[in-house]
Design a protein around this ligand. Structure first.
Ligand SMILES: *Cc1c(COP(=O)(O)O)cnc(C)c1O
Length: 389
């Protein structure tokens, strides 16, 4: 079955992602099934999206009920889920502000990019290794040459600095800088955690220069790291979120705080779908469920067990991350082989760089699935490293 769907995919879907690794037909909790009936434990969660796993009853009910009540209205109007979600996000951030809703992470960053232009300055500082999305503005802030080069010239005046280096950041930011954009933990780079003092230093440097501090929490936000936001103590001006927010329903948000809340004025930006009642109802259900099921503490506890277990194997040279946002380095550049071997063993994980493996499982993942994965881990590495020789 899978083979036939792969062929139809290749003949009908634009080849921007390479061949899909699986044809999936069903999911429940942290488990998915492919078109041939094989079951997998999903340790990637749709790239840090499926916070509640697959087919969580609370999410299914919220979306079904909202779609049956009021599905879409445009931004000439508002809906009660939209207002409730905006209030809720601001209360989670713990500061006064205003929210602009989008359908994706890259769009949340486009909104933030435009917001920074309203400071009257155009210079931006971003980090090497950063990923902020694939639309032209977000791409201008994304360091990776392979993503950028085919599409240059990109908008903006962007300086890239080594991630985690406070002195380099201090040198790059001037009184012409509109904003510094940082991931609190870099995701696509392979879950890279900066020094503890880095975000606080970024706050100080931006404040001293009258620049905005913009945290891209698209991958780290909404409980992924065992907290609502990974950079919540840094007192940012702008926070962008997406991925986990809708638990699989597309939604993102650009959150402006303090004075940054009012930089975008009527007519400055817009979207047809953003803040759609169904997406907002989904996000409210995700936030409610994270709270009700105690998933922040669960992510912290299960994540620690996973990191400890993964680090036992000598072929793993470093394990990083917080909560259920986990990256590890291998002693050889065999992450693609590790991901392939894991699939054979019935586990989905990700290889963001040749040496690095990333895990971002649903926040609801159970101890039984973690045990099964850790039990299979040495054999997965055996297969991957054996394939080397
Ligand atoms: C995934 C991601 C984006 C882009 O989000 P999309 O929904 O894929 O557009 C931006 N920033 C970070 C940190 C991300 O992880």
């Amino acid at each position: 079955m899978s083979q036939q769907w792969q062929e139809r995919y290749a003949a009908s879907v634009m080849n921007t992602f390479g061949p899909p690794k699986l044809v999936l037909v069903k999911g429940e909790g942290a488990h998915v099934w492919d078109a041939d009936g094989k079951e997998y434990v999903d340790l990637l969660g749709g790239i840090a999206v499926n916070a509640l796993g697959h087919a969580h009853p609370a999410l299914v009910a919220a979306v079904t009920e909202q779609l049956g009540t009021l599905g879409h209205i445009s931004n000439f109007f508002t809906s009660t889920p939209q207002v409730e979600l905006a209030e809720r996000l601001l209360s989670l951030v713990g500061a006064d502000g205003r929210v602009f809703f989008t359908n994706s992470g890259t769009e949340a960053n486009e909104a933030a990019f435009k917001l920074t232009r309203r400071t009257g300055r155009t210079h931006l500082v971003a980090a090497e290794g950063a990923f902020h999305g694939r639309t032209m503005g977000a791409l201008a802030l994304t360091a990776k040459e392979a993503y950028r080069t085919p599409f240059e010239p990109l908008p903006g005046n962007v300086t890239f600095v080594p991630y985690g280096d406070e002195a380099a950041l201090a040198r790059a930011v001037t009184d012409q800088t509109a904003a510094v954009v940082l991931e609190p933990i870099q995701g696509e780079a392979g879950v890279v955690v900066p020094p503890d003092s880095y975000l606080a230093a970024a706050r100080e440097i931006t404040r001293d220069n009258g620049a905005l501090l913009w945290l891209d929490e698209i991958q780290t936000g909404i409980g992924r790291t065992g907290r609502w936001f990974a950079g919540e103590s840094a007192d940012p001006d702008v926070v962008t979120v997406a991925k986990g927010l809708g638990g699989g329903i597309p939604i993102g948000a650009c959150i402006g705080l303090g004075d940054a809340a009012t930089l975008l004025q009527p007519g400055n930006h817009g979207t047809t779908f953003g803040g759609n009642p169904v997406a907002c109802a989904a996000a409210l259900a995700v936030l409610d469920t994270i709270e009700k099921e105690g998933l922040l503490d669960h992510a912290t506890e299960v994540g620690q067990r996973l990191r400890d277990g993964l680090a036992q194997d000598p072929r793993v040279t470093e394990v990083r991350g917080r909560g259920l946002f986990i990256g590890l380095d291998l002693s050889e550049p065999v992450s693609a082989q590790v991901a392939a071997a894991a699939l054979t063993h019935g586990f989905i994980l990700n290889n963001p760089t040749p040496e690095r493996v990333r895990l971002a499982p649903p926040l609801v993942i159970g101890h039984d699935d973690v045990d099964a994965f850790l039990a299979a881990w040495p054999a997965i590495l055996d297969d991957a490293y054996g394939g080397l020789r």
